[in-house]
Design a protein around this ligand. Sequence first.
Ligand SMILES: *[C@@H]1O[C@H](CO)[C@@H](O)[C@H](O)[C@H]1NC(C)=O
Ligand SMILES: *[C@@H]1O[C@H](CO)[C@@H](O)[C@H](O)[C@H]1NC(C)=O
Ligand SMILES: *[C@@H]1O[C@H](CO)[C@@H](O)[C@H](O)[C@H]1NC(C)=O
Ligand SMILES: *[C@@H]1O[C@H](CO)[C@@H](O)[C@H](O)[C@H]1NC(C)=O
Ligand SMILES: *[C@@H]1O[C@H](CO)[C@@H](O)[C@H](O)[C@H]1NC(C)=O
Ligand SMILES: *[C@@H]1O[C@H](CO)[C@@H](O)[C@H](O)[C@H]1NC(C)=O
Length: 591
Amino acid sequence: MDSSRTRCCILLLVLFGISIQYQCSASGIDTNQAVLLFVNASEASARKIPDTLFGIFFEEINHAGAGGLWAELVSNRGFESGGSFVPSIIEPWAIIGDDSSVIVSTDLSSCFVRNKVALRVQVLCDIEGANICPGGGVGVYNPGFWGMNIEQGKRYKLVFYVRSEESINLSVALTGSNGLKKLATTTVVAANVSNWTKVLVLLEAEGTDPNSRLELRSTTKGVIWFDQVSLMPLDTYNGNGFRNDLFGMLKDLKPAFLRFPGGCFVEGDYLRNAFRWKETIGPWEERPGHYGDKWKYWTDDGLGHFEFLQLAEDLRALPVWVFNNGISHNDQVDTSSVLPFVEDILDGLEFARGAPNSRWGLVRAAMGHPEPFDLRYVAIGNEDCNKPYYLGNYLKFYSAIKEAYPDIKIISNCDGSSKALDHPADLYDFHIYTSASYMFNNANHFDGAPRSGPKAFISEYAAHDDAGNGNLLAALGEAGFLIGVEKNSDVIEMASYAPLFSNTNDWGWKADAIVFDSSQAYGIPSYWMQHLFKESNGATLLNSTLQANPSNSLIASAITWRNETDKNEYLRIKVDIFLTVIISALKTYTI
Ligand SMILES: *[C@@H]1O[C@H](CO)[C@@H](O)[C@H](O)[C@H]1NC(C)=O
Ligand SMILES: *[C@@H]1O[C@H](CO)[C@@H](O)[C@H](O)[C@H]1NC(C)=O
Ligand SMILES: *[C@@H]1O[C@H](CO)[C@@H](O)[C@H](O)[C@H]1NC(C)=O
Ligand SMILES: *[C@@H]1O[C@H](CO)[C@@H](O)[C@H](O)[C@H]1NC(C)=O
Ligand SMILES: *[C@@H]1O[C@H](CO)[C@@H](O)[C@H](O)[C@H]1NC(C)=O
Ligand SMILES: *[C@@H]1O[C@H](CO)[C@@H](O)[C@H](O)[C@H]1NC(C)=O
């Protein structure tokens, strides 16, 4: 049988379960009333749901990318997390040895012009003489993002840049968190590294530890500089750098689109800290990285503009690029000065879509992707509608993009669901973070939206207020809302839950669809709820009517969809009940 029927039954079980509680706790109310669902299967009453309806929204928040989906294991690989000044912040790098054996500092001697900070390791002890180095040597280690997940039999590509006036003899190791258990070791010997020299080593793990670290040690006196130290597992999705387990959980959702690289992350608290796509492309070693001041952490930007486009392609999802429109949380660029920002975004579009011999298409081709990416959607800013320069800036971006790329659909930050927009747009953003019951009660919000003009993009939704770390109540509220989204999919083109990810070590915003640490991941109920809707993209919505009382606590939809594996057409009925009265009664009575 269609597995959707099983799912449907599960939802109905929830309904019955709650009804029984209700009878126990509040006598005198008729719980035996029939609930009837009429589904009209005639073609004339059916409507196609947009192919794009349900997708995902990636924001660099909670270490979603750095220390998450992006598989880079070294945290702060360029020693740059204090910015371009010295002394820089080198954490989480730490020193192996003490004051008498090693002195570690930062200077601006790197060979990379956009990230000049390098690590200077002065080894005071030696292989012989009065100050003999402790066993194994002294140096530095990096524990990654709260521990590196190293797995037996897997291979890891270590790259670093080194310079020294003396010959070097480094011992490189992957070890357990206290440095004792060795998982992989090698030595790097070089007679002449008086110029910055790139070192590439493949390490194969002989053991497993989800809380490992990378060590770089020396036993010979002298000064060694390090920069841009990277450790990547070879085993990533398609070799494209995405952590397999997390990527798989995204792929399983069959997302129709990927909105990226964030919302507030794109704006920044201040413009100087906003995401700038040009700083995130080209060879990873040359990227400056940046401090995301809204979510308060440094990213080396290994997951950059190119990688986001690649991620969308690997997911077979349409990329939706959100870019900064000259507005942050605390400062703005006057519309009369916004032109350089507009040109920067046109360059970013050429990077994604231009011919491989165009100025920016050439850069993309050099990164290994000569074919253009299928970029058809852009959002001008995030949550900026009411800012003084938004409309002025918006119109500058809008006309420049439409002139260069007439087919690209443009998303406005202004809510057009209650009244028509006063400016041209293909879609308008709608964000909703509320409680589970308000989420459910908003299922009909779009019943009253204008039936013509720009379509809605519900680019961030979540029953956030009472979701805790994620719970079934929130998922039921969201499911009700999404059933309403299906019913109104004549005016809604896209919808995505937010946020997508959280690392348990930086849980800055709750709830998040997928929760992970260095080696494990799980989906909260809101994640699994989205699976109930993944067959809806491109499916046929049937007219269904519920006869129920109270009618506002029940919502249902019916679709027919085609299973591409067995080529059969299936009917899927989703019913969601949301009785807050009962849930509060459950709190009071012990069953
Ligand atoms: C089903 O929908 C069609 C087209 O709207 C309509 O003609 C027909 O009367 C409907 N059937 C029922 C039983 O309501
Ligand atoms: C490198 O140092 C190790 C000790 O740490 C030593 O055993 C080895 O012989 C040295 N190799 C060279 C080439 O100097
Ligand atoms: C090391 O290499 C540099 C060029 O990179 C050269 O100028 C220098 O003479 C070499 N030093 C030794 C000791 O061979
Ligand atoms: C060493 O670096 C200098 C300055 O970057 C460069 O001019 C020179 O060609 C390099 N030497 C070698 C052998 O790579
Ligand atoms: C669905 O069917 C009902 C009952 O036939 C009708 O009142 C309603 O207008 C229909 N809705 C749509 C969107 O066709
Ligand atoms: C689609 O059909 C295949 C083959 O019958 C089945 O294994 C799979 O579970 C179906 N998919 C869904 C989502 O029902």
